[in-house]
Design a protein around this ligand. Structure first.
Ligand code: NAI
Length: 251
């Protein structure tokens, strides 16, 4: 994959899918801004990248704060001169096992703020820079929960359907500007976020594994491969699409 010297920003890159994606871009010789609300975790990812001989810098960014996202893009452009790839990965799972009639309002607002408004802010600011420079690729991390119904977590479902909708609508607007916008839709993938879901009941792990034809959870680096591919020129005629990585769960 030709990602050499591409300038990449990844949100939520201190852990899980974001960290694996940052490491894979760096292994392909991209220059990566590792952004997370938790700067200690972002620094850990940067250290792993540097120990492996790659190039990265850390940034503390809460994607729900427009000014912080603006500072993230500005810092990246100041450091590296441009922004080739924006990976909007930061996300939270919200409270599980609540039916809609009793869904907690604070949880609703928090999940929508991070998973939906955060992606909007990041896309908007990345697009301002990419339009100016005349090229770019955005990859949003949606979810299988953005394509299919999933009970007992309406805020997460709403936010991820929104990410898919924003991906397609923005792709329509920016095709002629040489900017591609796609999304990955992972199924259940090993990470801190999945662990929260597994902890919500004793039978959860068994029940989830029963739903996956391949009989196992995904691994963060498997999702990272797809993100890097969608950001690379190998997928240069693809825009506004979702790529499902779920071991067959959606079947
Ligand atoms: P994770 O919990 O390991 O990583 C999420 C990262 O986002 C953390 O480092 C966290 O500090 C950061 N973060 C949280 N709120 C933030 C904010 N306001 N601003 C900036 N960073 C923030 O979770 P995972 O699984 O790696 O999740 C990454 C993305 O993948 C999320 O968007 C999630 O919804 C999505 N996803 C995950 C699946 C799974 O089964 N693990 C399945 C489908 C989608």
């Amino acid at each position: 994959m030709d990602l050499k010297d591409k300038v990449v920003v990844i949100t939520g890159a201190g852990s899980g899918i974001g960290a694996a994606t940052a490491k894979l871009f760096a292994a392909h010789k991209a220059r990566v801004t590792v952004s997370d609300i938790d700067v200690d975790k972002a620094n850990e990812t940067v250290k792993d990248i540097e120990d492996a001989g790659g190039k990265a810098t850390a940034a503390q960014t809460d994607v729900t704060q427009f000014k912080e996202v603006a500072a993230l893009i500005a810092q990246t452009v100041d450091t590296f001169g441009q922004l080739d790839v924006m990976v909007n990965n930061a996300g939270i799972g919200g409270k599980h096992q609540l039916k809609t009639a009793v869904h907690d309002h604070d949880d609703w607002h928090q999940v929508i703020a991070v998973n939906q408004t955060g992606v909007f802010y990041c896309m908007q600011l990345a697009l301002r820079q990419m339009t100016q420079q005349g090229h770019g690729a955005i990859v949003n991390v949606a979810s299988l929960a953005g394509l299919k119904a999933s009970g007992n977590n309406l805020s997460y479902s709403a936010s991820k359907f929104a990410v898919v909708g924003m991906t397609k609508s923005a792709a329509l607007e920016y095709g002629r500007k040489n900017i591609r916008i796609n999304a990955v839709c992972p199924g259940f993938t090993q990470s801190a976020l999945l662990n929260q879901l597994l902890a919500s009941s004793d039978t959860m792990e068994k029940n989830l594994l029963r739903m996956i034809p391949m009989g196992r959870f995904g691994e963060a680096h498997e999702i990272a491969e797809a993100i890097c591919w969608l950001a690379s020129d190998h997928s240069r005629f693809i825009t506004g699409q979702t790529l499902t990585l779920d071991g067959g769960t959606s079947l």
